[in-house]
Structures are given as structure tokens and as C-alpha cells.
Design a protein around this ligand. Structure first.
Ligand SMILES: NC(=O)c1ccc[n+]([C@@H]2O[C@H](COP(=O)([O-])OP(=O)(O)OC[C@H]3O[C@@H](n4cnc5c(N)ncnc54)[C@H](O)[C@@H]3O)[C@@H](O)[C@H]2O)c1
Length: 355
């Protein structure tokens, strides 16, 4: 059997099809021992044959691959967005990729819209529950199209789901260091338990129970609205944040804004011990797709995160260092102040990691 790690690649739609080839180019240039297999899941395939995910698709990914590298899904031609929902949310829920991990790091002070924030000030991680909450699509519409129409969107919170994501956050805090080498110290649980008392109560009780097992780790709690304010007033205090699916979705875009925008943000959808999925945080960005202007660094940093998860740490570190250098040299796409195209920015990182 090959010792190479097996990577399934699903570029998807829009700029996903532009940034993922840059990530692959960089992985190849750094010499990582991986094999790629491409999948054409996305809007084009759906429009051609109405298939979102082929039969056995998720089982194939889970069985035959060590990791999955994904671009983005969403295409104006598919108004229902059904393919995106079935592929992306399908992967997260059917493969039980319960921990969405979003590192928030500032590579260069010039990227942050806040005053006086240096790279050392912004180095936290958001751990988002990825399989439950309001994104489970449970609910219904009653008397649709009438003045009496009612829409119900259920918010699912299970003890098992809440406990395992909180435990993941504590384990992450205990076993990961900050970029400057100092240990991570604190887990902050973010909810809205003052208004959403039933789900919030479960999160509160579970947080306290799990925290008691990690006495060396400090704990903190914030309501999501207060946390948003604090994130833009002074993000220095954040370390590890754990929260539910929807709040995590929202605060990670806010956090992406602090680190230079959606083009700079990486994420992993993890299930320890199983094939995990890695994707840049941004969507398919239809207005800029096909123009060679999308920032590929989020996808490239996502590739580094994937390699690190596959224990290819030296290669991952080399890629991260190359992106950092390119940002400092302003060898970037225009969204973060440079003049390079998507392909040229990818070439630049590939050249740096190959040397
Ligand atoms: N994980 C995913 O696949 C995912 C995530 C979010 C949105 N979407 C889908 O993407 C489509 C567009 O959604 P949206 O506009 O809300 O979000 P988006 O992330 O595609 O774009 C938001 C803004 O950020 C900019 N942007 C995003 N990525 C960029 C990059 N790499 N370089 C430079 N600029 C970048 C876009 O031009 C746009 O101004 C929708 O169909 C949506 O459902 C998919």
C-alpha cells in the first residue's frame, strides 16, 4: 500500500475552481507525499445530470481518503442552492465532521482594519459545532403563501453533540500552542443563554461539567452579542472560543474581517480519527469568479492546515511561512493590497516553497 496520503479534491463552484488549483500547485511544489483524486461535484454536474452527490459518494470519501480538500459551492444558476446544501452540509453531517476549526491569525498588521493591532495580538481559534443547531434543516412551513403563513426552524442541541464539541475545545486548548510558542490557556463558551434558555441551559451545564475535568484551563463565558462587540473593540483577550453552529458561522466571518478578509481565512471540518474535510472560509463569490482576481491564500493556508492534520508538519510550516513572506512583500491579490492575479499569487507561493 502507498505511504502517500490520499486526498480527495472537490473544487466546487465559482472561485473554488480557481483557488483550489493554486493550493494543489503549492502542495506539489513543497513535495508533500500525497496523491490527489478529483471529484466534479458542484453546480455544473448538477445542471448536467441532476446529481448532487453520487450514490455511495460520502462512503467513498470516508473509506478511501485521508482528507478532503474543498473549494466552495454556490452558483446563481441553481437558485435553490440544493447542490451546495447536499454536498457541503451533507459532508459535515453524514460524515459526522462535528468540529469546525477556524484559526484566526493576523499575518501582518496592515491586513487588520483595527487600529494598533499587531500579529501578536490576534491569535485565537473558533471551534464551531458543525452538525446540529439551526442548520439541521428541521422545521416546516404552514399555510404558505397566505397571510397566516408560519415558518418553524428548529434548533437541535443534544447532550452528546454539545459535550463532544466542548470537550474538543478543551482538548484543543490543552494540546495547542499559540504562534509565539506560549501555551493556550483559556476556553470561552459563547451562547445566548439569557434569551435562548433551553438550549443555552444545556450548553451552560455541559460547559461547567466538562470544564471541571480540565482544572488547568481557565474558563470564560460571553453572550454572542457582547462577544461581537469585544471582537472589534479589542480582540487581544481571545484564545479558544467554542460555540454553536450558527453563532460560529457568524463570528468566524467577523473574525475573518480582522485577519484581512474572507480571502485569508482557512478552516477544517474535523472528526478525530476519521477523514476530515478542509475548505477556505469564503464562498464561491460569483461576481469575481473567472476573472483571476480571487485571493488563493485562504485555500493555500487551508492546504497547510490539512497537511498539518496529516502529520506533514514540515511541509505545512513551509507553506505558512511562504504566505507570510508574500504578504509582507505585498506579493498578493488586490483584495489585500497587491497587484497579482490568482494564478500569479499561487505561482509566487509555489516558487517560495520549492526553493
Ligand atoms: N463554504 C461554502 O461553500 C460557502 C460559504 C459561504 C457562501 N457560499 C456560497 O457562495 C455564494 C456567494 O456567497 P457570499 O457572496 O455570501 O459569500 P462569498 O464568500 O462568496 O463572498 C463574500 C465577499 O467576499 C469576497 N470574497 C470571497 N472570497 C474571496 C477571495 N478568495 N478573494 C477575494 N475576495 C473574496 C467576495 O467577492 C464578496 O465580496 C453563495 O451561493 C453562498 O451560498 C458558500
Amino acid at each position: 500500500m502507498s505511504a502517500k496520503k490520499r486526498i480527495a479534491v472537490i473544487p466546487g463552484d465559482g472561485i473554488g475552481k480557481e483557488v483550489i488549483p493554486q493550493a494543489i500547485k503549492v502542495i506539489e511544489a513543497v513535495g508533500a507525499a500525497v496523491d490527489f483524486t478529483s471529484f466534479d461535484w458542484g453546480a455544473d454536474r448538477y445542471l448536467a445530470d441532476k446529481v448532487t452527490v453520487p450514490p455511495d459518494g460520502f462512503a467513498t470519501l470516508a473509506r478511501d481518503f485521508d482528507a478532503i480538500l474543498v473549494g466552495a459551492f454556490g452558483d446563481p444558476r441553481v437558485v435553490s442552492n440544493i447542490h451546495a446544501k447536499e454536498i457541503l452540509l451533507g459532508m459535515r453531517t453524514k460524515m459526522d465532521l462535528y468540529a469546525n476549526v477556524r484559526p484566526v491569525r493576523l499575518l501582518d498588521a496592515s491586513l487588520c482594519p483595527l487600529k494598533n493591532i499587531e500579529p501578536k495580538d490576534l491569535d485565537f481559534v473558533v471551534i464551531r459545532e458543525n452538525t446540529e443547531g439551526v442548520y439541521g434543516d428541521l422545521g416546516g412551513v404552514f399555510k404558505q403563501g397566505t397571510p397566516d403563513e408560519v415558518a418553524i426552524q428548529e434548533d437541535i442541541n443534544t447532550r452528546k453533540g454539545v459535550e463532544r464539541i466542548i470537550r474538543y475545545a478543551f482538548d484543543y486548548c490543552a494540546s495547542n500552542k499559540k504562534l509565539d510558542g506560549s501555551p493556550r490557556k483559556r476556553v470561552l463558551m459563547c451562547d445566548k443563554s439569557n434569551a435562548m434558555t433551553h438550549a443555552g441551559g444545556l450548553w451552560q451545564r455541559t460547559f461547567q461539567a466538562v470544564a471541571a475535568e480540565y482544572k488547568q484551563i481557565e474558563t470564560q463565558h460571553m453572550y454572542v452579542d457582547a462577544l461581537c462587540m469585544q471582537m472589534v473593540r479589542d480582540p487581544r483577550s481571545f484564545d479558544v472560543i467554542v460555540t454553536n453552529n450558527m453563532f460560529g458561522d457568524i463570528i468566524t466571518d467577523l473574525a475573518a474581517g480582522l485577519q484581512g478578509g474572507l480571502g485569508m481565512a482557512a478552516s477544517g471540518n474535523l472528526r478525530p480519527g476519521h477523514a476530515s474535510m478542509f475548505e477556505p472560509v469564503h464562498g464561491s463569490a460569483p461576481p469575481i469568479a473567472g476573472k483571476n482576481i480571487a485571493n488563493p491564500f485562504g485555500a493555500i493556508l487551508t492546504a497547510a492546515m490539512m497537511l498539518s492534520q496529516l502529520a506533514l508538519d514540515a511541509e505545512a510550516e513551509k507553506i505558512e511561512a511562504a504566505v507570510l513572506e508574500a504578504v509582507r512583500q505585498k506579493k498578493t491579490t488586490s483584495d489585500i493590497g497587491g497587484a497579482l492575479g490568482t494564478r500569479e499569487a499561487g505561482d509566487c507561493i509555489a516558487k517560495k516553497v520549492a526553493s
